[in-house]
Design a protein around this ligand. Structure first.
Ligand SMILES: Nc1ncnc2c1ncn2[C@@H]1O[C@H](COP(=O)(O)OP(=O)(O)OP(=O)(O)O)[C@@H](O)[C@H]1O
Ligand SMILES: O=P(O)(O)OC[C@H]1O[C@H](OP(=O)(O)OP(=O)(O)O)[C@H](O)[C@@H]1O
Ligand SMILES: [Mg+2]
Length: 279
């Protein structure tokens, strides 16, 4: 039975649970449940702190897990990342009051607060900078104003939290992060099947099917606007001058594509969600 670590709380928990449900696995009924056996799918789920998941998986206690790439890199012996899952996307950056620092070298000898001390320490070392790390648990943006640090290193998504704390990013990107599927050393039986299912969910979330009718002579023009993943499916209509076209397209930007197709003469444009996929 494949043993899977899943975030029990925080930013990753909800989407991870939704993706596993969409992949056909049994979920938990209430947020206090820490262990679920899904015998029908030959897997069991352990609901753990996202921060601890890399440790369980790297040690081999659990086979695979869902966590953040930044959390994975924060532990001393990271597990293997096997797939990016396309959610909880963020960038990990240094920040300080405007104009205070401009390069990573400026951090030599100063105090840097972070909830990811392992990740930040490794990055500073790689860059030959010796700073004093101030490990905190969260809300790190307040550390400078409250006087316990001179700069911070933290997760940035929209930048709103930084701005509100009067901080600005500087220096290089420490890491681009998102939710990832990680694996213990060696290949656990059943990992491939989980991976195929999750890839299907990612496709289903990211893509839609677009159907439309079109004068046959405009097919090449339409294919240039909406090429699809491989090639559009063209079916005959009763009217020999018209065809029906089906393409798989990214959900993002689909309305612009519909406008462009309508403008060249496509009609009856219909978008359908994909519920599951194996490509
Ligand atoms: N605002 C955000 N946007 C995108 N990803 C985020 C955001 N905040 C945290 N993450 C990501 O979520 C993961 C951290 O999840 P975790 O549950 O430990 O922290 P959290 O969501 O901040 O919860 P907590 O309330 O415990 O601080 C990391 O991979 C991090 O990059
Ligand atoms: O760039 P933004 O869109 O503002 O998002 C980034 C913020 O979101 C997370 O905070 P969270 O609310 O999880 O609190 P925490 O700092 O206590 O973890 C993260 O730690 C940043 O503080
Ligand atoms: Mg947080």
């Amino acid at each position: 039975m494949l043993r899977i670590a899943v975030p029990n709380k925080g930013s990753l928990a909800e989407t991870a649970a939704e993706m596993l449900a969409e992949a056909g696995y049994a979920g938990r009924r209430d947020s206090k449940t820490l262990h679920v056996v899904d015998a029908a799918n030959d897997v069991e789920f352990f609901f753990l702190r996202p921060r601890d998941i890399a440790t369980y998986v790297a040690s081999g206690a659990l086979d695979v897990g869902i966590t953040g790439r930044d959390l994975l890199r924060d532990v001393p012996q990271p597990a293997r990342e096997i797939e990016a899952l396309g959610f909880a996307q963020s960038t990990f950056r240094f920040a300080a009051p405007a104009g205070r620092f401009s390069t990573i070298q400026d951090l030599a000898g100063v105090r840097v607060a972070s909830a990811y001390p392992g990740l930040v320490d490794a990055f500073l070392r790689e860059n030959g900078v010796e700073a004093t790390l101030v490990p905190l648990d969260g809300a790190v943006e307040s550390a400078v104003r409250l006087g316990v640090a001179d700069a911070i290193a933290d997760v940035v998504e929209t930048g709103t939290t930084l701005r509100q704390a009067g901080l600005e990013i500087f220096g290089p990107v420490i890491i681009e992060s998102e939710a990832v599927l990680i694996s213990r050393p060696g290949d656990a039986e059943g990992t491939e099947r989980l991976l195929r299912r999750l890839r299907g969910v990612i496709v289903a979330r990211r893509f839609v099917l677009l159907d439309f009718d079109l004068p046959a002579k405009l097919v090449d023009q339409a294919a240039a606007i909406a090429p699809g993943r491989e090639s559009p499916t063209i079916s005959p209509l009763q009217d020999p001058e018209w065809v029906a076209v089906r393409v798989m397209l990214p959900r993002k930007g689909i309305n612009q594509v519909m406008d462009d197709l309508y403008a060249i003469g496509a009609r009856a444009l219909l978008v359908t969600a994909i519920h599951a996929a194996r490509l």
